[in-house]
Design a protein around this ligand. Structure first.
Ligand code: AMP
Length: 118
């Protein structure tokens, strides 16, 4: 069984488990986080299985650039029109839980609080 077979976000891409989708095209998908940490909490993923930001290389740059450029549109559409935060957890130290690259887009509370506890 491949990583993609087991991957929860690949299952969302394939329609095997439900998600509240807020944007989709042929390369990327955005959906609401199932356990939101802020009033706005969207996950933006590539449809192709990339395990982590820790594993990308220069060939992924166009896709990653496209994803980042989509963020303000998605944030605004969800109501985070006065700022937001993007978080990408990567690997063990980053405490990444789902091994499929994803950008968290969080906002909607004012202010969001410190990036990390000091
Ligand atoms: P991370 O710690 O960066 O890997 O974050 C994984 C995120 O995925 C968490 O915020 C989870 O709440 C979220 N998540 C896990 N499973 C699902 C799901 N089936 N639908 C939506 N969000 C999910």
């Amino acid at each position: 069984m491949s990583d993609q077979d087991n991957c929860v976000f690949c299952k969302i891409v394939r329609g095997e488990i439900p998600a509240t989708k807020v944007f989709e095209d042929d390369e990327v998908l955005a959906f609401l986080d199932i356990k939101p940490i802020a009033p706005v909490h969207v996950l933006l993923i590539p449809k192709k299985h990339i395990a982590s930001l820790a594993q990308v290389n220069e060939t992924d740059a166009p896709l990653l650039g496209k994803m980042l450029a989509l963020v303000p549109k998605l944030a605004t559409a969800q109501g985070a029109d006065d700022g937001f935060r993007v978080i990408v957890n990567a690997g063990r130290v980053g405490q990444q839980e789902v091994p499929h690259l994803h950008i968290h887009i969080v906002g909607g509370s004012d202010p969001l609080g410190p990036m990390l506890a000091r």
